[in-house]
Ligand binder design. Structure first.
Ligand SMILES: [Zn+2]
Length: 274
């Protein structure tokens, strides 16, 4: 009888362990990779800086980076040998099919605000920098957001549009059907209006979990960006790609340098992440 209870305890313990959420998450974190990457390979592989902006304008919102700060930041990237890449290049590099320049940067913007066209676009062009904007199709042409004409014009000049879902609702609050619609419909509308494959999504409000990531993959995305702070490397999950958010703060420029430089050093020496 004693033995029976011992076995029962072990079985129940195992079931609790197997389905305990954090363990489950840990086990599936890298499900997008075909096999576990050795730490040495991850350390030696590419480190890709993905910057995340929202608005470029001279306002008081923390989301709004001022024009002169944005100009100085783009200047800093160019002066320091960063090369702006596309999300396609990022994915190819993670798949081992493309060698990136030594200091790659993916410059991204979320939401598709009008000031991206009015203010960010001329500065990006001045420095010859590519960028990627995550668009909310339901808001295109609405007050404060860019129009389809503006998006098309930017696309002809090195700025790539990808999806930020149809209506920008935090996906974890939605039932599966609605979540699927948000992810799929936005992809379809953007592909039809812009005439190219839309393979990437940025989760609205940055929130995601493995279930959401699974649906994003199921409807045909190849990768998804979060606001999880860090550089992308060979240990990154394709559906939980890290970004470094840049906000307006009392010391915007100092924070910019620290975020892109110190973060990089921390990760190179293995002090953060994993
Ligand atoms: Zn957003």
């Amino acid at each position: 009888m004693k033995k029976f209870f011992l076995v029962l305890t072990i079985i129940i313990g195992w079931i609790i362990f197997a389905f305990e959420p954090s363990h489950y998450a840990l086990r599936l974190t890298n499900y997008a990779l075909t096999e576990a990457q050795p730490i040495s390979e991850i350390a030696a592989g590419p480190k890709i800086l993905v910057l995340n902006y929202h608005q470029i304008k001279n306002g008081n919102s923390y989301l709004a980076v001022h024009l002169d700060d944005f100009d100085a930041q783009m200047n800093y990237l160019v002066e320091n040998g960063y090369v702006a890449i596309t999300p396609d290049a990022l994915l190819s590099a993670l798949e081992g099919e493309l060698e990136l320049p030594p200091k790659p940067v993916l410059i991204t913007f979320d939401d598709g605000y009008s000031d991206n066209y009015e203010n960010a676009f001329p500065i990006l062009q001045k420095y010859g920098l590519r960028a990627t904007i995550f668009i909310i199709p339901a808001l295109v042409g609405k007050e404060g957001y860019m129009t389809w004409d503006e998006l098309n014009e930017m696309e002809e000049n090195g700025i790539t549009m990808q999806s930020h879902t149809l209506n920008h609702i935090a996906l974890e609050e939605l039932p599966d059907d609605a979540m699927r619609t948000e992810l799929l419909k936005s992809k379809q509308i953007l592909e039809e209006k812009l005439g190219h494959a839309v393979d990437f999504v940025a989760y609205p409000t940055g929130t995601y979990n493995l279930h959401i990531a699974g649906i994003a993959r199921e409807v045909g995305y190849k990768g998804a960006f979060t606001i999880k702070y860090g550089n992308v490397d060979l240990g990154s999950n394709f559906f939980a790609l890290e970004r470094v958010p840049i906000f307006q703060t009392p010391t915007t420029m100092k924070d910019f340098y620290e975020r892109i430089n110190f973060r990089q050093s921390f990760e190179e020496f293995g002090w953060i992440k994993k």
